[in-house]
Write a protein that binds this ligand. Structure first.
Ligand SMILES: *Cc1c(COP(=O)(O)O)cnc(C)c1O
Length: 306
């Protein structure tokens, strides 16, 4: 299989100092709109929806969701209707993420936090399916067994592109790292950087996503101490550090997911976590559309990121 994204070596004084070779798997370059892990996670979900004769796909997400944004575009492109259950109030329809998604035809239904919590409840999903018989329902973030198949292709691509000992990936719902674990066959050290607070519950969630043969693999870890205050939270200093890293490498990492992976990498290196001579791959999971939303909310310094 031909790799769909390149691998690029990056340089930084701290890598030289610790004798590390660092590569980025540029999944942010897969496609100008549906980039990164969301593309990989949707690929076989959309195949499945079509092959089973569904007319559309229904999923869940927050008001700035990269997943909903990607799903809306993919559906538009592939002739599938899309529907979203969105956590939050209807005014969010005007934000950059959802206004674009609705231009691509996504129907958004807004629910409060309490209703949103039902998104994995069996009875709720049964009724939702009954009321939307033409829609294939995909969980939040796209994370289900079809997603794992798509993400697994990244590991197979890497095998042709680079040799490495460790791989870092940001973790939100856990589907991406689960796909990497399942495909890696216990070959590399896989480090997931949790981007939300109190993320230990995700360890079991990831195990539950794994196919039977992969449940015993012990080559992966979820590092939960690098959340920087919680999901989509970061300090001015974090923002500055990510910005400087972007300047040094010429690659844009956003502060919600991949930027937190970068800050974790720098912390781990400073702690002497990686042996001299190690070769490390960072998965750039994309998500750059989210920068617009952060700018809209005045959460980023405009002149640095625009
Ligand atoms: C969704 C997302 C992640 C997290 O992926 P999960 O499969 O939910 O763990 C990481 N990076 C970006 C840019 C994302 O949009």
């Amino acid at each position: 299989m031909k790799p769909i994204s390149p691998v690029q070596q990056i340089n930084h004084p701290i890598f030289t100092k610790h004798d590390l070779t660092v590569f980025v798997k540029r999944d942010d370059l897969i496609h100008p709109v549906i980039s990164g892990n969301k593309w990989r996670k949707l690929k076989y979900n959309l195949f499945h929806a079509k092959s089973q004769g569904y007319q559309g796909v229904l999923s869940f997400g927050g008001a700035y969701s990269n997943h909903l944004h990607a799903l809306a575009y993919a559906g538009y492109q592939q002739g599938l209707m899309t529907k979203a259950i969105v956590r939050g109030e209807p005014h969010y329809l005007a934000n950059s993420t959802l206004s674009q998604a609705s231009k691509w035809g996504m129907q958004c239904q807004f629910v409060d936090r309490k209703s949103y919590r039902l998104r994995e409840d069996k009875d709720y999903l049964f009724t939702l399916q009954k009321n939307n018989p033409d829609y294939y329902i995909v969980p939040e973030g796209g994370s289900n067994p079809h997603a794992l198949t798509g993400v697994g292709e990244l590991i197979n691509e890497l095998a042709q592109q680079v040799s490495y000992e460790s791989l870092l990936v940001p973790v939100g719902s856990g589907g991406t790292i689960a796909g990497l674990i399942a495909a890696d066959n216990n070959q590399h050290q896989l480090l997931g950087i949790a981007v939300l607070k109190q993320a230990d519950y995700l360890i079991n969630h990831i195990k539950n996503l794994l196919p039977a043969e992969a449940k015993a693999y012990n080559n992966w870890q979820l590092l939960t101490q690098f959340h920087r205050g919680g999901y989509a939270k970061f300090s001015r200093e974090d923002e500055q550090n990510i910005y400087q890293f972007n300047q040094a490498t010429g690659i844009t990492f956003e502060p919600v997911y991949s930027g937190k992976m970068i800050l974790a990498l720098l912390d781990l290196i400073a702690q002497g976590y990686f042996k001299a001579g190690s070769r490390i791959v960072l998965v750039h999971t994309g998500g750059l559309q989210g920068i617009k939303g952060l700018l809209e909310q005045n959460r980023l310094t405009a002149n640095l990121w625009r």
